[in-house]
Design a protein around this ligand. Structure first.
Ligand code: GDP
Ligand code: IMO
Ligand code: MG
Length: 425
């Protein structure tokens, strides 16, 4: 019997998960998304083309790989339909090719979930989470509150009545906000999209994935968001509403913990965050602006400017521990090409002490990063194609990170294209 490998983000999302899942997908029979929803934006580039996926797993461009949207994912039928329509226009039709299946137990995002998200954020004003406003929080609230609608419900004869009952509840809540809305258009699009998603095969993800394992096939679970946005372990309340960590792959697909194999932890050679919340190594200055411009750090889903800063090792160590990371993947090293010196945060100064872990409260008391200087490589990495072309300063940075993090770096990414990926080990 095989095991499920997991690939997930170790920072605040947008580490480059989509690119690497695409690169690895030829080695896997099944790619499975296990949490989050269309708050995610996973970018892939190959043959001069660029795709951004929100709900669909990043394995769809590989001919032989099956893709599953797992039970832990929340699905906006309108966005899923739009994603598939756009792919079709670009010559890719994973539904027709029989390469996409949907978990019956995945919860549905209703148009009113998005309204609730927006009304809530509007009310919070300056203290808002900075949600992507895709309705993620309210949908997971209905899931745990035992009110939600699931993909499997769409085939029941009373689906419209169930929908109406939940929308009634949402309208009641919305009446307590000063929030104007018009549902008519969205509702029509929702029901049209529901008809469409009925054409995608529905499966029980727990049986589906375990069936693959029993047959000795290889499965990769694709995370969304990042560890520091995990609802339990992230910078709460500035988090998303799902478990973005390895444990989330178990509940989000229906696999037992002893079925988890390799855990690929992916991180940028620096750090970014989009939305509100603490960010100890943030560079709210010219250096941060340089990282943003060179790294094109603007959200794949919302277009918002991402906040940028130096790599944060206490945060990475925390993420590695939580996820049981067995291999690291370093992304976007090329973005640092122009710097004479780069920096890594090794400790925090916090409450008069020097500490090397993330303390409970990083919101009211901001940790001050203790930085170590590292020589830059001043080389165009985007053109390198083999490990013997890696400049010595970058090799030293990699060795420094491996020593600090105590996990080997397996892949190094030096550009957004599929081909700009080096295998170090
Ligand atoms: P994801 O959400 O983790 O899949 O990451 P995103 O797609 O939101 O953001 C990563 C961005 O960086 C995308 O625009 C990618 O095309 C780009 N990217 C990925 N790897 C590299 C790399 O090694 N170098 C550069 N310069 N860009 C990269
Ligand atoms: P991928 O998968 C980066 C952030 C939002 C906000 C917080 C809560 O592309 O890495 P939500 O919409 O979940 O209520 O937003 O989480 N966020 C992400 N940041 N990448 C993502 O996904 C994100 N998904 C949510 O910006 O701060
Ligand atoms: Mg993203």
């Amino acid at each position: 019997m095989t095991q499920v490998d997991v690939l997930l983000g170790l920072q605040w999302g947008d580490e480059g998960k989509g690119k690497i899942v695409d690169v690895l997908s030829p080695q896997y029979d099944l790619i499975a998304r296990f949490q989050g929803g269309p708050n995610a934006g996973h970018t892939l580039e190959f043959d001069g083309k660029k795709f951004v996926l929100n709900t669909i797993p990043s394995g769809i461009f590989n001919e032989k790989t099956m893709n599953l949207i797992g039970n832990g994912v929340v699905i906006d039928p309108i966005i899923l339909k739009r994603e598939l329509d756009n792919l079709k226009k670009a010559g890719h039709d994973p539904v027709a090719a029989g390469k996409l299946v949907l978990a019956r137990k995945a919860h549905l995002i209703l148009p009113t979930h998005q309204l609730l998200d927006a009304a809530n954020e509007q009310k919070m004003g300056a203290g808002k989470i900075g949600s992507t406003l895709k309705g993620i929080g309210p949908t997971y609230m209905d899931k745990t509150g035992r009110n939600g609608l699931r993909v499997g419900d769409t085939t029941l004869p009373d689906f419209a009545a169930r929908y109406a009952k939940l929308v009634e509840k949402h309208k009641e809540i919305l009446s307590h906000y000063e929030f104007e809305y018009d549902l008519t258009e969205k509702e029509a699009a929702f029901f049209e999209a529901i008809e469409f998603i009925k054409t995608i095969p529905h499966v029980d993800s727990e049986h589906f994935v375990n069936g693959y394992l029993k047959a000795g096939k290889k499965v990769l679970a694709e995370g969304a968001q990042g560890t520091l946005l995990d609802v339990d372990f992230g910078s709460y309340p500035f988090v998303t509403s799902s478990n973005t960590t390895t444990a989330g792959a178990c509940t989000g697909l229906g696999i037992a913990p002893n079925k988890v194999g390799d855990v690929y932890g992916i991180f940028k050679a620096y750090c970014t965050r989009v939305g509100g919340g603490p960010f100890p190594t943030e560079l709210d200055n010219e250096i941060g602006e340089t990282l943003r411009q060179v790294g094109h750090e603007f959200g794949a889903t919302t277009g918002r400017a991402r906040r940028c800063g130096w790599i944060d090792l206490p945060a990475l160590k925390y993420a590695i521990m939580l996820n049981g990371v067995t291999e690291l993947i370093m992304m976007k090293a090329d973005v640092l090409d122009g710097f004479d010196t780069i920096y890594a945060c090794t400790h925090y100064e916090y409450n008069g002490e020097t500490i090397d872990y993330m303390p409970y409260d990083i919101i009211s008391i901001q940790p001050k990063p203790v930085l170590t200087a590292i020589a830059g490589w001043k080389t165009d990495l985007t053109k390198i194609t083999s490990t013997d072309q890696i400049p010595s300063q970058l090799s030293a940075y990699i060795a420094f990170l491996e020593k600090e993090l105590e996990v080997p770096i397996k892949f190094l990414s030096v550009g957004p294209d599929r081909t700009q990926t080096l295998t170090l080990r």
